[in-house]
Write a protein that binds this ligand. Structure first.
Ligand SMILES: [Zn+2]
Length: 398
């Protein structure tokens, strides 16, 4: 049981739009119980915070993180030296940093031998502070596919079906299946389709049959189309989108999770020798795909496609806790401030299937971020966590 908290006289972004005027928000028993003019709360005796000049919004939702990755220059190399206990503590530490960065829910899109599941369960039970976590467990990829070293490698429809069942048995909340090569594994090309259309279709159908959502790392055009035809819920990265991809995704309602921060932080730190240097193959592949990625995201956004915020936090120099910076990159790529705010709150909860989250509305879970000023006019009020003034998770001030 948490104490009642009253946030007084703030602007509100409710998860979809900026509301007119200023309002006060009452939080009781972990939920939003009342929203209105401050007059109705006269005589309130509990804890209250004057948030005039600030904006109240739903806690951010990051639909693509890797809690087990360290975000050093070479997280893979770090991982080779880490034992189980260190992975678990790393995931907990990263989850807590994420919450302190204003993110109250995440989708973990690829862990390490299910070690993140214990952290997820402990946080979701309320034993530790952290964001609400949905986790995919092991990624599923073909022999030699992107991320295969720590994946559940599966070839052919029967094995893909079995791999999905294994992840669900282990406790996965969603299924992550790799449709193409990628940037962060050596020796694979992001443009190549990995898996046939048939293998992907079987994997997605099996996941949906077991009531699990699906996400696909999909960068090249053919693999994106295979994943969309399979009925995938979200395309991660989506580097080489064509008009055909966009038309089919709009018709199917497929989300894109852009993860601008992943490419940005590799290119921005190409010469950073702090600890591990970023492997050259990653930098080279990033340079080759970044313009195509930006152009694809612009086309998809302008076409009115569904976008949810995701960072790929944990990849090189892509720090857990700095997730909100993704909104800066989204705006820099032509998205409006308010749209990026919607993508980072309501849309994220929608993609995760997280009920009663992602809106400032009565009876919704009180996952709330308060920031200085008005991020719908200046996204830095949200993108720079120094402008965050309060993070509330399920009614508890963090
Ligand atoms: Zn990822």
């Amino acid at each position: 049981m948490t104490d009642a908290i009253l946030l007084r006289n703030g602007k509100i972004f409710d998860g979809k739009n900026m509301l007119d005027g200023v309002h006060s928000v009452l939080i009781e028993n972990g939920k939003i119980s009342q929203i209105g003019n401050d007059d109705i709360f006269i005589g309130f005796m509990g804890q209250s915070h004057d948030v005039s000049g600030k904006t109240i919004l739903p806690g951010l939702v990051d639909c693509h993180v890797h809690l087990c990755y360290t975000a050093s220059g070479d997280p893979r190399a770090d991982g080779e030296k880490m034992g189980h206990s260190e992975f678990t503590l790393t995931a907990l530490k990263n989850a807590q940093a994420t919450l302190c960065g204003g993110v109250t829910a995440v989708r973990d899109c690829g862990g390490r031998d299910f070690m993140e599941f214990g952290v997820r369960d402990a946080i979701n039970r309320g034993e530790f502070d952290g964001p609400t976590i949905y986790a995919s467990g092991k990624i599923i990829c073909m022999t030699g596919g992107h991320g295969h070293v720590h994946a559940r490698v599966a070839d052919g429809v029967e094995e893909v079906r079995k791999a999905v069942r294994e992840q669900v048995l282990a406790g996965a909340d969603l299924i992550k299946i790799m449709a193409t090569g990628g940037v962060m594994s050596p020796g694979v090309d992001p443009r190549d389709a990995h898996y046939t259309a048939e293998e992907l279709a079987v994997g997605v159908k099996e996941a949906h049959g077991l009531r699990k959502r699906t996400a696909s790392h999909a960068q090249g055009t053919e693999g994106i189309l295979n994943a969309v035809h399979a009925g995938i819920d979200s395309i991660e990265h989506g580097i080489f989108l064509t008009q055909e991809c966009i038309d089919k995704m709009l018709a199917a309602g497929t989300y894109v999770v852009p993860t601008f921060a992943a490419l940005h932080n590799i290119l921005a730190n190409a010469d950073n020798n702090d600890g591990h240097k970023i492997p050259n193959f990653m930098i080279e592949k990033c340079q080759q795909v970044t313009e195509a990625h930006k152009a694809s995201m612009k086309l998809f956004y302008e076409a009115g496609g569904k976008i949810a915020m995701g960072t790929d936090a944990g990849t090189p120099h892509n720090r857990h806790g700095k997730n909100a910076e993704e909104l800066r990159f989204m705006c820099a790529n032509g998205m409006s401030q308010v749209d990026t705010m919607r993508m980072s709150t309501f849309n994220g909860a929608d993609l995760m299937g997280l009920e009663n989250h992602g809106l400032i509305a009565v009876n919704y879970v009180a996952d709330i971020l308060v920031v200085n000023g008005d991020p719908s006019h200046d996204i830095e009020m949200l993108a720079d966590k120094n402008n965050h003034t309060l993070v509330i998770k399920a009614g508890k001030i963090i």
